[in-house]
Write a protein that binds this ligand. Structure first.
Ligand SMILES: Cc1ncc(COP(=O)(O)O)c(C=O)c1O
Length: 347
């Protein structure tokens, strides 16, 4: 295979993350998060977010999302999220499983961003009616599932509607760093200063091996999250192996450096593909993911050339390209060159 743009999960871990985990493996340490490194990670994240946060490390993004939300909703509640969200489409029935059967309701909106007007209609629907699910929480994805990024104003428009209705807001930040660098704001601005109560601070796509942080700003959810993480099987006994990864990820700006590289590679990819006749960019990529429609036959040609990408899950011709901290510039240029060659050969 020449190069894969299938997902940012295909890259392994950054060397310093891997080395930190190997070091953490030496000697004995208190289990279940009662070790020094786990405490350090909480301090580091509190500094990063400029507020005193509670942190729950887990090993998958799905666990981070569903545990966060399970602390926000009763089983008779409904969770409002975009109809294209990972929660609704890519986490099997884990959301229902972890929330004991709460209902997940898809909200519409262009570029996979929740439309606040539509949200306003849903947060007030049948409130108090014992025959209906009660709106209980809102979740947004930053980066979204189509590669767009909510602006701060767009986040605030959603959290204002939610807060007025008394609902907490969760952010699925599987690509938190990519979104943050795209906006050029601070972590605090993109989260609690904009009304976010809990963020799934993703790291696995951007350099850790398997370490994601549930970062809690609104501590009324903390106690329950602690018990739910254990109940859900995500309180790792050797937590230091997760926290050492997160510590390395947050050290020397590794998380920013990695995400900047992924975003730069996508900017290069998008600029190149936009000039290839016949390719239609769907939603312009603002971070490290791009959806575009290829002319008939191009996807097969590119696959035969040795490239891999997301394909076959969407409408005819639509492909998903994702860059990561490991994406190599020559591979991006080779992909664009092959796409151009295909078009030229057809004329
Ligand atoms: C938007 C989004 N949220 C969450 C996740 C986390 O999923 P996983 O459980 O595979 O780590 C992903 C991974 O693909 C994602 O794209």
């Amino acid at each position: 295979m020449k190069a894969a743009f299938t997902s940012d999960n295909i890259a392994g871990a950054s060397a310093s993350v891997f080395n930190a985990m190997m070091e953490a493996e030496q000697g004995d340490s208190m289990p279940y998060g009662n070790d020094d490194t786990t405490a350090e990670v909480t301090t580091m994240l509190s500094d990063l977010f400029e507020c005193d946060v509670d942190v729950y490390l887990v090993s998958t993004g799905t666990a981070a999302n569903v545990l966060s939300i399970s602390a926000m909703t009763p089983p008779w509640g409904s969770v409002l999220c975009h109809s294209e969200s990972h929660l609704l489409n890519d986490e099997s029935s884990a959301p229902e499983f972890y929330t004991n059967g709460a209902r997940f309701v898809g909200v519409s909106g262009s570029d996979a961003k929740i439309n606040p007007v539509e949200l306003q209609r849903l947060v007030n629907q049948k409130v108090g009616d014992v025959h209906s699910c009660q709106p209980s929480a809102v979740s947004i994805s930053q980066v979204t599932e189509v590669g767009s990024v909510y602006s701060l104003a767009e986040i605030r428009a959603i959290t204002e509607v939610a807060k007025l209705a008394g609902l907490p807001v969760h952010m699925d930040g599987a690509r938190f760093a990519n979104a943050l660098l795209s906006l050029g704001c601070t972590p605090a601005e993109m989260t609690w200063k904009s009304g976010i109560d809990i963020v799934s601070f993703g790291a696995t796509k951007n350099g850790t091996m398997a370490s994601e942080a549930i970062v809690v700003f609104n501590k009324r959810f903390s106690k329950e999250l602690g018990f739910r993480r254990k109940r859900g099987g995500h309180l790792h006994s050797k937590m230091r192996l997760l926290s050492s990864q997160m510590k390395a990820y947050l050290t020397d700006d590794l998380w920013r450096i990695n995400a900047q590289h992924a975003n730069d590679m996508m900017a290069l990819m998008q600029a190149g593909l936009a000039r290839v006749p016949g390719i239609k960019i769907q939603t312009p990529a603002q971070a490290n993911m791009l959806f575009c429609t290829l002319p008939v036959g191009m996807a097969d040609y590119l696959m035969a050339e040795g490239f891999a990408f997301g394909w076959g899950r969407w409408e005819e011709g639509v492909v998903r390209l994702v860059t990561s901290f490991r994406t190599n510039q020559e591979a991006v240029e080779a992909f664009i060159e092959s796409a151009n060659r295909f078009e030229v050969s057809r004329v």
